[in-house]
Ligand binder design. Structure first.
Ligand SMILES: Cc1cc2nc3c(=O)[nH]c(=O)nc-3n(C[C@H](O)[C@H](O)[C@H](O)COP(=O)(O)OP(=O)(O)OC[C@H]3O[C@@H](n4cnc5c(N)ncnc54)[C@H](O)[C@@H]3O)c2cc1C
Length: 300
């Protein structure tokens, strides 16, 4: 499937990632964010799925609403950890019934969390490559998968990661979305190795605008993402200055994207953390036009 039309005159293509809300307040926050971000011409958006099915109902509900009530082309994340093949097929069928035709196919973290020993379910899909194959056998879906420029924490080495990415691509993945990273050199080295391995699908950088560096550091450790010391320097002394911190965060993400564009990358997957202001500030810095502005401009 995978249509890849140019969405912006300058060639940047963007997608947004959301997570399913766990409370009424979070629900309100999500839909406010979705409405505000619908000003931007995103190629698609995605909604995460708790490993082991822990967020199945809220993910399904969010995805259904996005598909039927927003302008966004919507993908649902799907994991296979801790599930039999039959369980996974039932979940896929529920998502298909909700109108989902795009998936981000993942293995998922083991129940003990990142770093705990992973045991494939004896009757389940052992990894994301097998899940991609199962999805491909069931229909002509658009399928994204994960990629790890700084290595998956469980992985022996980058070569093992690239082997897995190759299997996912051979089984029919349309693109890879990366774990977030801040070291563009590491991304470029990884990207070169991916291409040298004969993997041709787009590897789309996952960009994390930094809402809160302290919290992000805790999370980054578990994801295997390196936090370069220059980031500490950029945010130094800004703990109490919310406004300046937001400006620096938007600058940092926009500069990262601009640098990647100079290296020939034009698609970006933005981790929104269900908040719109910072993401919009990043897109403004990149010179993207809001759809409403573009329409107003065309009418003038
Ligand atoms: C873009 C993106 C979106 C994500 N969305 C979600 C989500 O919605 N829900 C969620 O729960 N998680 C999500 N994750 C996290 C992901 O589920 C975890 O990183 C998980 O540990 C691996 O899943 P995967 O699909 O990347 O696994 P795979 O692609 O199957 O494997 C990833 C890498 O881990 C290594 N590896 C896998 N298994 C083993 C093993 N047994 N021994 C040694 N090495 C191994 C391999 O080298 C492989 O390259 C996301 C990650 C990314 C990058």
């Amino acid at each position: 499937m995978s249509s890849r039309s140019e969405s912006h005159s300058d060639g940047i293509r963007i997608s947004f990632e959301f997570f399913p809300p766990k409370s009424e307040e979070a629900e309100q926050q999500l839909w406010n964010t979705v409405e505000e971000l619908s000003d931007w011409d995103a190629e698609f958006v995605s909604v995460t799925y708790g490993a082991g099915g822990s967020t199945k109902a809220p993910t399904l509900s969010a995805v259904r609403k996005m598909i039927h009530e927003t302008p966004f082309t919507t993908a649902s994340h799907l994991t296979c950890v801790g599930a039999t093949r039959e369980d996974t097929h039932r979940v896929i069928d529920e998502f298909l019934a909700a109108g989902v035709r795009r998936f981000v196919a993942l293995r998922g973290d083991p129940p003990g969390g990142v770093g705990s020993a992973y045991q494939p379910h004896p009757g389940g899909y052992a990894n994301a490559a097998e899940l991609v194959q199962a999805l491909r056998e069931r229909g002509d879906f658009d399928i994204s998968v994960s990629a790890y420029p700084e290595k998956h924490p469980e992985s022996r080495d980058t070569a093992a990661d690239i082997d897995m990415l190759k299997r996912k691509a051979e089984n029919g993945a349309d693109r890879a979305l990366t774990q977030f990273f801040f070291d563009n050199d590491a991304f470029e080295r990884y990207h070169d190795r991916v291409r040298a391995a004969g993997i041709k699908i787009p590897v789309v950088p996952g960009i994390m605008p930094i809402q809160n560096l302290t919290q992000l550091k805790r999370f980054a450790g578990a994801c295997g993402t390196n936090i370069p010391s220059w980031l500490d320097e950029r945010f130094d002394g800004l703990d109490e200055d919310v406004e300046e911190r937001a400006k620096v965060a938007a600058d940092v993400a926009a500069e990262q994207i601009q640098d990647l564009m100079r290296r020939g990358i034009h698609e970006f997957h933005l981790y929104t953390m269900n908040r719109s202001a910072l993401v919009s500030a990043v897109l403004e810095r990149l010179g993207l036009e809001r759809k409403v502005n573009a329409r107003a401009g065309a009418a003038a």
